[in-house]
Ligand binder design. Structure first.
Ligand code: GDP
Length: 193
């Protein structure tokens, strides 16, 4: 189901996992890799395309949610940076959200908007993991250097490094780990309900 309005998202109270990141981070490719589908999520988003929240039901027991990329909303009278309403409303209203996955291109140095978005999630008590994407684009020696660099930056703001995964949609790296992580949480939730 695709929606431009949070109020119209599915009513089902299934556990929900939201994938989000800046445009071109590899989100569509990752969703296709996780689900073993070539074209479930549409790759290479056109800039300016309609921003939709896409709910994919997986194995009839959880929702994989493809969120539009975040950006700062234009707030005229204040210099304070806020994320666009669309995104903040989603996290405020979807109480069935179990965790967000924030996608970070493993080749890039830490970017302010990603760090601020994770901070916003923390302040709003939204649990999240980081998914480093496109690991295949780095050499075996450069990859751990980049990841460590990111961890060090995160530790300037966080007491502990959030849970993270290193993935490649080209090689399938990380697929099992991410899916197992979700499955384990779903099993725990099913037991406790
Ligand atoms: P989105 O805008 O975040 O949905 O990003 P896409 O999934 O459309 O990917 C953006 C570009 O990066 C495309 O050209 C993809 O082919 C490429 N890409 C995405 N993931 C990977 C990956 O794991 N490895 C490599 N080598 N390229 C990737």
């Amino acid at each position: 189901m695709s929606n431009s309005d949070v109020a119209k998202c599915p009513k089902d109270k299934l556990p929900e996992y939201a994938f989000i990141g800046r445009s071109n981070v590899g989100k569509s490719s990752l969703i296709n890799m996780l689900t073993n589908r070539k074209n479930l999520a549409k790759t290479s988003g056109r800039p300016g395309k309609t921003q939709l929240i896409n709910h994919f039901i997986i194995n009839k027991n959880w929702f994989l949610v493809d969120l539009p990329g975040y950006g700062y909303a234009k707030v005229s009278k204040s210099s304070k940076k806020v994320f666009q309403k669309f995104i903040t409303a989603y996290f405020a209203k979807r109480t069935q959200i179990v965790s967000a996955f924030v996608l970070i291109d493993s080749r890039h140095e830490p970017q302010k908007i990603d760090l601020e978005f994770m901070q916003w999630l923390g302040e709003n008590q939204v649990p999240f993991s980081i998914i480093f994407t496109k690991a295949d684009k780095l050499t075996k020696t450069k990859l751990p250097v980049q990841i460590n660099n990111y961890i060090n930056e995160m530790l300037n703001y966080w007491e502990e490094m959030p849970n993270y995964f290193i993935t490649s949609s080209s090689s399938g790296l990380g697929q099992e780990d991410v899916l197992k992580y979700i499955e384990d949480i779903n099993n725990q939730l099913a037991k406790s309900s």
